[in-house]
Design a protein around this ligand. Structure first.
Ligand SMILES: *[C@@H]1O[C@H](CO)[C@@H](O)[C@H](O)[C@H]1NC(C)=O
Ligand SMILES: *[C@@H]1O[C@H](CO)[C@@H](O)[C@H](O)[C@H]1NC(C)=O
Length: 186
């Protein structure tokens, strides 16, 4: 669906885009008003999947696919916040993903660092919607600079209380089972 919107917007130019945006947001508000009447879930989790398939389909490099995936995520999170959902969890990066080509892993790490840093900016969705950010996973698998960025954003958003965004990075069930057993033994 996003691709259709994109290609329409390419054709209508900037002024058309503004019109299209406000039309979409008007429709969205109407739909959300209707949806919010019924009880809605408190917690939604998203699994980021298909970025590479998307890139292949549109003849893009893999890292571009991940970037588009991130944009789609931010869009959907914004909708969740507008709907009043309090908890969102994103499965972003599993330990198994580290087995991919080194260039792709590095590109993913760079993207993560850039986007996590971006969350701390004044105009980011984190500040717009009062989001507290958590990271779940074995963070020692991340590159140092990414780990530092995660720690900074956790501290920077610690006092936000409207919504909670948990980002799962460097997770995998086997690693979690081992960690859990070790901790239980301790
Ligand atoms: C980043 O982390 C990956 C996977 O842990 C590793 O292969 C890579 O060498 C690291 N890159 C840097 C610049 O530290
Ligand atoms: C969060 O609140 C604590 C206690 O009121 C304060 O010390 C800290 O500086 C605040 N952090 C931010 C990022 O505003």
């Amino acid at each position: 669906m996003f691709c259709i919107v994109e290609s329409v917007m390419d054709k209508v130019g900037n002024r058309g885009r503004l019109f299209f945006d406000s039309l979409c947001s008007f429709q969205r508000n109407c739909i959300f008003d209707v949806l919010s009447v019924a009880p809605i879930s408190n917690h939604i989790a998203f699994i980021m999947d298909g970025n590479r398939r998307y890139a292949k389909k549109w003849n893009m490099v893999e890292s571009a696919g991940h970037r588009v995936g991130f944009l789609a995520l931010i869009l959907i999170l914004r909708y969740c916040y507008e709907l009043g959902l309090k908890y969102e969890t994103v499965y972003a990066f599993s330990i198994d993903n580290l087995k991919r080509k080194p260039e792709e892993v590095q590109a993913l790490m760079d993207l993560m660092e850039e986007k996590i840093e971006g969350l701390m900016k004044e105009e980011s969705i984190v500040n717009c919607y009062g989001v507290r950010v958590h990271f779940i996973g074995n963070l020692k698998f991340l590159n140092k600079s990414v780990m530092v960025a995660t720690e900074r954003v956790i501290v920077a958003t610690a006092n936000n209380s409207k919504v909670v965004l948990s980002i799962c990075v460097a997770y995998t069930s086997t690693d979690e089972i081992v960690n859990t057993i070790q901790r239980s033994c301790d």
